[in-house]
Design a protein around this ligand. Structure first.
Ligand code: FAD
Length: 299
């Protein structure tokens, strides 16, 4: 068995020092649920050094400030799933997290770890892509924001460079005419994290006349990384959600999907799921946005 060093960093600055010095020899862990299962399954190498963030408690937060919700690198999936602001403003995220593994996995695993694992089936990542989240990256040189849509570069790969880590994910809080929904189809039980056949999250903003003013559709397990279904988005933008426009968008998402063929399902089956899930999540997001707009006009 390969020997390795375990460094529980006490501060963010200590974690950054070790990461920048050790480069590829070190691997960061937050909850460790994603990385340890990847190592055990032979999908990742055991690093020389594990740098754990779990003692850096000031990264464990979910806060609302200046029109944005900020989720710190140590906020557990369960904490975010149960957060009142998340449930009210970002139901797609709460729904996506509720699908992840078991209660034990959600108590230990983090939202930021879900993003940084860069799996095409990462449920929280798919929801956050539809929400238009940004990732705040920190290194010894300073901080920068990257759109989540530009964060993934391939399976298990991100734009993160040597000495960089994700400090937090930032979600824009939108108007009451905005709402989202998430759905996934998995042929196996919740504990088979990598057994997702396909998932979709949609966030819509309705215009005053009930048309779709803006929307983002994200697809999971339908390409090498979570992706936006931009052609489907274009077809729906400015349109009323009718059976015809929804069908056209579902078919566009099928064309945009490039799923791999594996034990989770054939490429053909997963493309068919893209069509169905896009239609369903757009419909559900629109229904939620309509009812929250109605509540606003009554209040
Ligand atoms: C039984 C089981 C079932 C699961 N089911 C699901 C499922 O249904 N859906 C799903 O999406 N996932 C699932 N997972 C995967 C995993 O639990 C989640 O992705 C979880 O959110 C990972 O968070 P973590 O904190 O444990 O990440 P870690 O394992 O600590 O890290 C994951 C990766 O991200 C990197 N990383 C972590 N934090 C940072 C940071 N702040 N900055 C830079 N890089 C960082 C690590 O180096 C590593 O490469 C499952 C896992 C298990 C063991």
């Amino acid at each position: 068995m390969k020997r390795c060093e375990y460094i529980p960093a006490k501060t963010l600055s200590e974690a950054l020092d070790v990461l920048s010095e050790a480069g590829d020899r070190a691997k960061l862990i937050a909850g460790g649920t994603g990385l340890m299962s990847a190592i055990m399954a032979g999908r990742a190498e055991t690093p020389e050094i594990f740098v754990s963030l779990h003692r850096v408690r000031d990264l464990d937060y979910v806060t609302l400030a200046s029109g944005s919700l900020r989720i710190g690198a140590l906020a557990s999936l369960r904490r975010v799933e149960l957060d009142d602001q998340v449930r009210a403003s970002f139901p797609a995220l709460a729904e996506a997290i509720a699908h992840i593994g078991s209660l034990q996995v959600r108590n230990v695993g983090t939202v930021v770890g879900n993003l940084c694992g860069a799996s095409s089936s990462a449920d929280a990542a798919v929801a956050l892509l539809s929400i238009g989240a940004k990732v705040r990256i920190i290194s010894k040189q300073g901080e920068k924001d990257v759109d989540l849509a530009d964060f993934f570069t391939g399976p298990a790969r991100t734009v993160l460079g040597r000495g960089e880590l994700v400090k937090e994910v930032v979600l824009p809080v939108a108007s009451n005419r905005t709402a989202g929904a998430f759905q996934r189809v998995s042929p196996r039980s919740a504990l088979d994290g990598l057994m997702v056949a396909a998932s979709t999250a949609t966030t819509v903003t309705l215009g005053a006349g009930g048309e779709i003013e803006d929307l983002r559709i994200a697809l999971g397990s339908l390409a090498q990384t979570p992706i936006r279904a931009r052609e489907a988005e274009k077809l729906l933008k400015g349109q009323k959600p009718t059976a015809d426009t929804l069908e056209a968008a579902g078919q566009a998402a099928t064309r945009e999907s490039q799923p791999v063929e594996d034990i989770r399902g054939s490429a053909e089956y997963r493309k068919a799921l893209a069509r169905v899930l896009v239609k369903r999540t757009v419909e559900e997001a629109v229904r939620r946005a309509q009812s929250s707009a109605r509540r606003e006009s009554v209040a």
